[in-house]
Each structure stands twice: as C-alpha cells, then as structure tokens.
Design a protein around this ligand. Structure first.
Ligand code: 13P
Length: 235
C-alpha cells in the first residue's frame, strides 16, 4: 500500500518536525513495509528521513528563473526532493492551473526522474451526469500525460469529496478505479475525506493501492492509525 499525507497550507516547520518524528518512529517500530509519503509545505521541506518519503505539493517546471512566487527545480534539488504532487484539484480549481500547464509540469518533472503523484477527479456537477460523462471528464485530465512513465502514482480524488466529509460509495470508487486500471498499471490511490474510520475499508477495495489523505492526516496519530490498518490488510 501507499499512504500519502497532503498537508496543503497547514503546519509550521516546527510542527512538521514533531509530526515527522512521530510517523518515522511508528514506521520503524512497527517494521512498516508500505510506502509512506508526506507533502509538507515548502517551508518545511528541509528534512531527512530514513523511512518516510518527503514530496513537494507543487513546483514550477524550470531549472530556475524569473517566476515570482514559484519554487523551481534548483530549490527542490537542494533539499533532495524527488517526489511531486501534480494536478491536485485545488491547483486546478482554486489556482486555475490548466491541463496544458499541468501537462508541461508533468513532462518536466518526469524528465527529471521525479516520482509523480498525479491527481484526477470530477466536480459534483460532472458526477451527477452519470458514469459516461464522469469517465470522459477524467480521460481529459490525462491529456498530455504519459501514462507509461514508470515512477507514476495516480490519485483519484473527486472534488466534491475533498474536505467535505462526503465520500463516494465503495462501488463508485471501484468503478472509477477499474476504469483507471484499464488505462495504466500505475498504483491507484483514492483521496477525498479518508478518515481513520473508513481508510481500512477503502484500502481493501479492488484496484485501490492506497490513500491520499488531507485533513485527517494532519493528526500524526490518526495517520499512524491508517498506516496500521494498511499493515493489517496484508495479514
Ligand atoms: P481531505 O482528506 O481533507 O478530504 O483532502 C483530500 C486531499 O485533497 C488530499 O490531497
């Protein structure tokens, strides 16, 4: 399983350090073999971990340059960052990233050999139009994306399920994940209101290879509890 925590614009550097200490010791004390990734804010990226991957929530697809407010490859390399989240719905819908910009970012970081967690997912208005419309909306989010890239993880995160406490039914998650499985062999994560009380059940679904968690993963102990649930599934 792959369990990823997306901090978004939460946690200070100090809070991140305390959080990482809890998760890292949990992972080593329990000999966890699953892949654990955290995506802290830019200010908290400077951290070396033996057993938890640190990824960045965004990056600008250049070596360096005149791009005010952005972070480029040079700055990420300094912190040894080789994992990036691309296509998150908050960047698509709140920050206005287009599919073209997302695809350019994807190509750049794939060329640099980054592990990419690539997010797709539909707004509620699309979901309400039925499965065919939903799947073609998601298909369009793969425009310009090389699905044969080897270091790729895909996260299906319905926009309406993010931060709302709403989740699709297990059948709805399996339907989208099986459609994604027909397109790619990349691991498939589900994200959107994953909590301690539903993580185990979601991870047990067919074609679900892990979870991408926002708010519930802000608690280190809750995130550890989800990691424990993943380990339990293998027994
Ligand atoms: P929540 O877990 O808060 O719904 O957020 C999901 C998400 O956006 C992870 O990237």
């Amino acid at each position: 399983m792959i369990l990823a925590a997306n901090f978004k614009a939460n946690k200070t550097r100090q809070e991140t350090q305390a959080y990482m200490a809890v998760v890292e010791s949990f992972v080593s004390a329990n000999a966890i073999e699953d892949t654990i990734i955290t995506f802290p804010p830019f200010t908290a990226l400077e951290h070396t971990s033996r057993n938890v991957l640190i990824g960045v929530q965004n990056g600008y697809p250049v070596q360096n340059g005149a791009f005010t407010g952005e972070i480029a490859l040079e700055q990420l390399e300094e912190f040894g960052i080789k994992t990036i989240l691309i296509g998150h719905s908050e960047r698509r819908h709140i920050l206005g990233e287009t599919q073209e910009q997302i695809a350019a970012k994807y190509r750049f970081f794939a060329d640099q050999g980054f592990a990419i967690v690539y997010c797709v997912g539909e707004p509620l208005s699309v979901r309400q139009q039925g499965e065919e419309v939903l799947l073609s909306y998601i298909d369009a989010q793969f425009e310009g994306i090389d699905l044969s890239y080897l270091d790729l993880i895909i996260a299906y995160e319905p926009v309406w399920a993010i931060g709302t406490g709403l989740t699709p039914t297990n059948e709805q998650i399996e339907a989208v994940h099986s459609a994604l499985r027909r397109k790619t062999t990349a691991p498939l994560l589900y994200g959107g209101s994953v909590k301690v009380n539903n993580a185990g059940e979601i991870m047990a679904l067919t074609n679900v290879d892990g979870v991408l968690v926002g708010s519930a993963a802000l608690s280190a102990s809750d995130f550890c509890e989800m990691i424990a649930q993943a380990a339990e599934l293998k027994k």
